[in-house]
Design a protein around this ligand. Structure first.
Ligand SMILES: [Cu+2]
Length: 263
């Protein structure tokens, strides 16, 4: 009896070992498939520049306007470096022109993988000037290098907040340059920028997925050029008014109109 008991236990152990091996094989296969899928997705989301440029490209132009009467810009009481920065600071969060056009709305084509060459500056410049960030909204390419200037007589701070794109928190002396090295800005997305010395100083870096990313001027106008003919989803992003998407059909050598109302 004791012998058959031992045999039964042996069979059970060997069955369990067999099952464990099979389970390990299944888990390994699932992991390989997940890694492969992730790699394929990463590769397919890369933007590719068309050799020889875009032939017979079209364009998308339009205006982004505020719905209704725009509120007056928020006014901040300056509580630090008043003798240099002044007693009041005006929010640049929502800037609406006399025609109702909204400044600093970022428009981008979401579903484009190939097209024109990047026409962004090779080196971006972000200036701390008169206790403001200039530009308030800056569009850049990932992996690009740049400089944060402090053009003022007072000490500022550059503090970026993002989800794994680029985070820095560094004070900048008056009349100094802080270099941002190539490859530090890891991937497309939104980076919020603030100065911890002066609470009203706020800005944004938009890291573009492709060169079809522009912002509106002070009249709310924008133009996206050299677009291959096709159907596109256009995303409009504004720091206060949020995100919205629109469909546009671009025909060869023609300019499609896209007028957007936000607010
Ligand atoms: Cu500051």
């Amino acid at each position: 009896m004791s012998c058959s008991y031992r045999q039964g236990a042996g069979v059970r152990i060997s069955w369990i070992l067999n099952l464990t091996t099979k389970l390990s094989q299944v888990i390994f296969l699932v992991l390989v498939m997940m890694c492969w899928g992730g790699h394929a997705n990463a590769a397919s989301s890369q933007y590719i520049v068309l050799e020889g440029g875009v032939q017979s490209g079209g364009a998308i132009s339009g205006t982004v306007v505020f719905n209704g009467t725009a509120p007056d810009p928020e006014v901040f009481e300056v509580d630090t470096d008043e003798s240099y920065c002044g007693l009041k600071a005006y929010s640049e969060e929502l800037v609406v022109g006399s025609n109702g056009g909204i400044k600093n709305v970022v428009l981008s084509i979401e579903n484009i993988d190939t097209g024109k060459a990047w026409d962004f500056p090779t080196k971006f410049i972000f200036d701390q000037n008169k206790c403001k960030f200039n530009p308030h909204v800056m569009i850049i390419k990932s992996k690009s290098e740049g400089v944060v200037l402090n053009s003022d007589d007072v000490v500022h701070n550059i503090h970026t907040i993002s989800r794994g794109i680029f985070n820095i928190n560094k004070s900048t002396n008056g009349h100094s340059e802080t270099r941002i090295k190539e490859k530090k800005i890891r991937k497309p997305g939104v980076i919020r920028v603030k100065c911890d010395m002066h609470y009203w100083m706020k800005g944004w870096w938009i890291v573009a997925k492709n060169p079809y990313t522009v912002s509106t001027n002070q009249d709310g106008e924008f133009l996206i050029e050299d677009v291959p003919a096709g159907s596109y989803n256009i995303k409009a992003w504004h720091e206060k008014l949020g995100e919205s998407e629109y469909s546009v059909e671009v025909k060869a050598d023609e300019t499609a109109q896209l007028n957007v109302t936000l607010g």
